[in-house]
Design a protein around this ligand. Structure first.
Ligand SMILES: Cc1cc2nc3c(=O)[nH]c(=O)nc-3n(C[C@H](O)[C@H](O)[C@H](O)COP(=O)(O)OP(=O)(O)OC[C@H]3O[C@@H](n4cnc5c(N)ncnc54)[C@H](O)[C@@H]3O)c2cc1C
Length: 561
């Protein structure tokens, strides 16, 4: 039998995931007087996509960018922090709050001006203002962890949340699993509100080197559990039918392409886009990978690939600057590799590639108070579907959610949770996985899932009705097999088993929504519906699941102002 913790952990506000968004939510809510618990699968000191650092913070600072926030909203909309899949009003909310976060982070000791003044670089189209503050994020997680503790939040590390408990149409608690010891322990939470900040959904698709499942651009612990929990709790998600594509060095998969100072070029050193004229500069870098991440795939298909990052024109000073910046962003391992192999980026171009898809900024739909459609449930960061901003998006909407939740929890009472049927169901499932003497190790269903996603529910073409139908059937078969055969020998494996089950739920949602979109658009290329349905321009697909597991989809207009 799975061990079950005797006492129920009680708090006003439960923060699921102590990454960048989660820590900000905790700081804000605890600072406003709420009793806050952070449940983090690993350790907030070094977890999530910001674990080793980040180095660009999109922000609007009026003293620097002028008083016209509308210009900033438009221009940021052209960068990877905007794009066609965000509500424009949410970008405005984001930019209104960024200065405040930058200043507060400085007060926590995060180095927001490594050169002594605010410097803006990268991720921008030529001719625009620059909005990406270049900072040194190496210490960001330890500084934010300290700030959360100072504000009064209680952190439970090595504790994953597996289910949000809902009673009478609002959040009442959660089911967690403590994986800090060899044997897992089920933990119940009673709370008035919760926020999902579990990051993006990595490992749903195979990557360029499938043998190394953890050679991926983002945090491998971010597997879409937040998306899955939101769906199961009945909250609405948006835009999950078209997964993202990321870009970076081929086979050596690291996020953080904005730090490269180079030109995306053909094998003959010719630029593939007009965005860099002359020598590449620190200021703008080459925005190609941001605005056309499938360039690497597209160029392969038209015969002109592969595409390389060409830094051969750089001087020593720029290369040293890149080295420093890679450390700030936590991606210095690639330079270690170059050094070990004697690769000189001033002599050798580095091949780049499009990374397979993740659900990054496709997910829970929130409003300007960071509330989801389910009462008492908030979301922020990479798992939100209608606003981007990456790091800044996580921080700002985490902060807004924390403030909103602190007000909300004053208006409602705790609810009894121990009688909810889902608790007994989970206990039975957990016990079956834990008690089984032999069966399938989590890697078996995890790799099978990636195979199914790749072959039947690809992020790009070929997508067809028949493939979706077969893929959904296979996913359901796989889920059944997991329930009947998955086995774990220790807490770590147990955690991986639960991740696979969440990933299957998310894979199914991608399939069901992709199947529902009967047209071709961007990366969603259907062989059976080749046209683009103009009536769906500027529309987001919303999805939610009802209690009996039926999916409901609808299109809603994108908010353009
Ligand atoms: C190498 C790299 C460089 C980047 N550089 C930049 C940059 O310079 N600028 C920028 O704007 N963005 C950058 N990003 C993106 C940025 O890091 C993310 O946008 C940001 O971290 C998102 O914050 P988040 O809170 O949504 O998720 P995360 O920070 O990833 O946090 C999610 C947390 O949830 C935890 N978790 C997951 N599941 C559970 C569960 N079931 N229960 C409990 N905890 C759970 C995870 O362990 C993790 O700690 C970069 C990303 C990478 C990978």
């Amino acid at each position: 039998m799975i061990k079950v913790k005797n006492e129920i952990v009680q708090c006003d506000f439960l923060v699921v995931g102590g990454g960048m968004g989660g820590l900000e939510a905790a700081i804000a809510a605890a600072g406003a007087g709420a009793n806050v618990v952070i449940a983090e699968k690993h350790n907030t000191l070094r977890s999530g996509c910001g674990a080793n650092g980040n180095d660009h913070f999109v922000c609007y600072i009026p003293e620097r960018h002028g008083d016209d926030i509308e210009l900033a909203v438009r221009e940021v909309g052209n960068t990877l922090d905007g794009g066609p899949w965000v509500d424009v009003d949410m970008t405005r909310v984001l930019l209104r709050h960024t200065k405040e976060v930058v200043e507060r982070w400085e007060s926590y000791g995060i180095n927001m001006r490594p050169t002594g003044k605010y410097v803006f670089e990268g991720h921008s189209l030529p001719g625009q203002q620059l909005y990406h503050l270049k900072f040194d994020g190496k210490k960001q997680k330890s500084c934010l962890t300290k700030a959360a503790k100072d504000a009064g939040a209680h952190i439970m590390n090595h504790l994953l949340i597996n289910e949000i408990l809902v009673k009478d149409g609002r959040v009442a608690g959660a089911i967690g699993v403590d994986v800090s010891e060899e044997e897992p322990e089920m933990v119940l939470f009673q709370c008035k509100a919760a926020i999902l900040c579990a990051g993006l959904a990595m490992r749903l698709y195979p990557q360029q080197n499938p043998t190394y499942m953890f050679n991926i651009p983002g945090c491998p612990a971010d597997v879409g559990s937040g998306h899955a929990m939101a769906l199961r709790a009945g909250a609405k998600l948006v835009n999950i039918d078209i997964p993202n594509v990321h870009a970076g060095p081929k086979y050596f998969m690291r996020g953080g392409k904005g730090t490269w100072i180079g030109i995306s070029s053909t094998i003959d050193g010719k630029p593939v886009t007009p965005y860099v004229v002359g020598k590449p500069s620190r200021a703008t870098g080459d925005v190609t990978a941001d605005v056309w991440p499938s360039v690497y795939f597209d160029k392969m298909m038209d015969g002109s690939g592969p595409v390389f990052m060409n830094c051969t024109d750089l001087d020593n000073e720029d290369v040293e600057y890149m080295r420093w910046a890679f450390e700030s962003e936590g991606i210095s391992s690639i330079f270690d590799y170059f050094d070990q192999r004697g690769i000189d980026i001033r002599k050798d171009m580095i091949e780049f590639g499009a990374y397979n898809s993740d659900l990054n900024n496709t997910g829970v739909e929130i409003n300007e108070r960071a509330e989801s459609s389910l009462r008492g449930l908030y979301a922020a960061g990479n798992q939100v579907g209608n606003v981007r901003g990456n790091l800044a998006g996580a921080a700002v909407f985490g902060m807004i959610a924390g403030r909103s939740a602190a007000e909300y929890v004053k208006t409602v009472e705790h609810q009894e949770v121990s009688d909810l049927p889902v608790i007994a169901e989970k206990e039975k499932l957990f016990s079956a996985i834990w008690d089984r003497e032999e069966g399938a190790h989590w890697k078996e269903p995890a790799s099978t899932l990636q195979q199914i996603m790749n072959d039947y529910i690809p992020a790009m073409t070929p997508r067809t009705e028949n493939l979706f139908r077969v893929g959904i059937k296979y996913l359901n078969d796989l889920k059944k097999l997991c329930h009947e055969e998955m086995v774990a020998e220790n807490s770590h494996e147990f955690m991986r088993c639960l991740e696979v089950l969440d990933q299957i739920d998310i894979g199914e949602a991608v399939a069901v929504t992709g199947r529902h979109r009967k047209e071709s658009r961007g990366r969603h290329q259907r062989l059976d519906y080749k046209f683009t349905d103009l009536t769906l321009n500027n529309k987001f697909m919303r999805v939610h699941k009802d209690a009996d597991g039926t999916f409901h989809m609808e299109y809603r207009p994108r908010r353009m102002k």
